[in-house]
Write a protein that binds this ligand. Structure first.
Ligand code: ZN
Length: 418
């Protein structure tokens, strides 16, 4: 009997001390659901998700949960998003997507195909000035436009050319470029798949943008108190994503980054149960896909001085299955990187830690720039990566096998760091 009791206690202790896959999956499912409409700014998607996250942090036992507001200007697409090519209706997110800075536009336009084999920009501008192609949409392969960017920039300006917009072909599945829509440009760019017809005559569009000025969103900051308050650990993940593409379509963002958000909530639960030595902050950022706006704001207005951070862990996209774990480490974090490598070699969590140079691509960057020791984990180039920034980044397409190794690598690191 006593033995049985001890066994039960041991099982309970292991459960409390371990990652919680069921909880993790539940959070990813919740945040990528239609309730939050892609966690963008249209229909307050991100803010609704932020409120849910704040409640979840409180539920798992965080001592303090605060919302830190900040404002941004952002272009959104909550309204009409209709495109037909020669009368054939195109599906938003599947057959086409748009650039984040697109304006509203309604009408039917001729299509003008750029002759890339006999490329002659003078002829293109002359053709587009002729009555035959007045106000046309210019069709071209994106990589080609990239090589001739000076010419194609002119095609995007009203004063340089009278075309109405651009259609760029790009590999499928189509990615929504980014949410850097802090301005609205003069002409729309529509992205289509490589199988876009080579000889269509017309395009009909009815697209509406809504530019939100000084829109208020917020970071969610949860604190789990340790026994020491002179230093702290910080866990970060962005919870915002790309939002909506018209009335019915949204970007679920399960891998990017419901997965990282779910991981830091379960880490908060773990440390609320297993009280840490040092204070811990769990920060779910908004505004990441709008160019690191939430993390920049926090780095300028931190809850505890940045100099007190022993180590910061940023998780952005961990729901993939690459056995090699991509990471970036700040200069100040490099001495301790050896400890990550040592633990990983001992435990075999990942085949390798694939360290890359710092890039301004996620929320650790504003901290790395301010000399905070930090590491960024992102599992990319596995089977889920093809869905990055597409409407297929769903709960169903997420892969959960790298959650436990990531969780354990971090908790082992903290328990061993001096
Ligand atoms: Zn992300």
């Amino acid at each position: 009997m006593k033995k049985l009791l001890l066994l039960i206690l041991a099982v309970i202790t292991v459960q409390l001390g371990a990652q919680d896959m069921a909880h993790y999956k539940k959070i990813v499912k919740e945040l990528s659901s239609a309730k939050y409409q892609g966690r963008g700014y249209a229909e307050d998607g991100a803010n609704k998700a932020g409120k849910w996250i704040a409640k979840e942090f409180a539920k798992v036992g965080a001592d303090e949960v605060t919302c830190q507001p900040f404002k941004l200007n952002i272009n959104t697409f909550p309204g009409k998003m209709e495109v037909s090519v020669d009368e054939k209706k195109q599906i938003p997110g599947v057959d086409f997507t748009v650039r984040e800075f697109n304006p509203s536009l309604k009408g039917e336009f001729k299509l003008y195909y750029v002759d890339t084999l006999n490329y002659n920009p003078e002829k293109i501008f002359a053709d587009l000035a002729s009555p035959e192609y007045e106000g046309a949409f210019v069709v071209c392969d994106f990589m080609f436009t990239y090589k001739h960017s000076a010419d194609f920039k002119k095609l995007q300006s009203k004063k340089d050319c009278s075309n109405s917009g651009m259609v760029y072909t790009w590999e499928a599945p189509l990615k929504f470029y980014k949410a850097y829509g802090d301005t609205v440009r003069e002409k729309p760019i529509i992205w289509v798949r490589p199988d876009f017809p080579k000889d269509a005559k017309t395009i009909k569009v009815d697209m509406e943008n809504e530019f939100l000025e000084d829109y208020e969103c917020f970071n969610v900051i949860a604190k789990v108190e340790g026994s020491r308050h002179d230093s702290c650990y910080v866990f970060t993940a962005h919870y915002d994503h790309l939002g909506k593409l018209g009335k019915k379509t949204f970007y679920p963002g399960a891998h990017d980054n419901a997965s990282g958000t779910a991981a830091i909530i379960t880490l908060a639960a773990h440390y609320a149960e297993n009280r840490p030595e040092y204070d811990m902050y769990f920060i779910a950022f908004s505004g990441e896909d709008a160019n690191l706006r939430g993390s920049e704001w926090y780095a300028e207005h931190p809850s505890a001085p940045l100099g007190e951070i022993k180590y910061l862990f940023n998780l952005d996209m961990i729901a993939d299955n690459n056995p090699e774990q991509y990471c970036e480490v700040s200069n100040e974090g490099m001495t301790e990187f050896a400890l990550f490598e040592q633990i990983n070699a001992e435990k075999g969590y990942f085949k390798a830690l694939d360290r890359h140079e710092l890039d301004g691509n996620s929320d650790h960057f504003p901290f790395a720039q301010r000399n905070v020791p930090c590491i960024f984990f992102m599992n990319e180039n596995g089977d889920a990566f093809k869905y990055y920034h597409t409407v297929f980044d769903t709960w169903e397409n997420s892969i959960f096998s790298n959650y436990e190794p990531t969780f354990k690598l971090i908790t082992d690191f903290i328990s061993r760091q001096q």
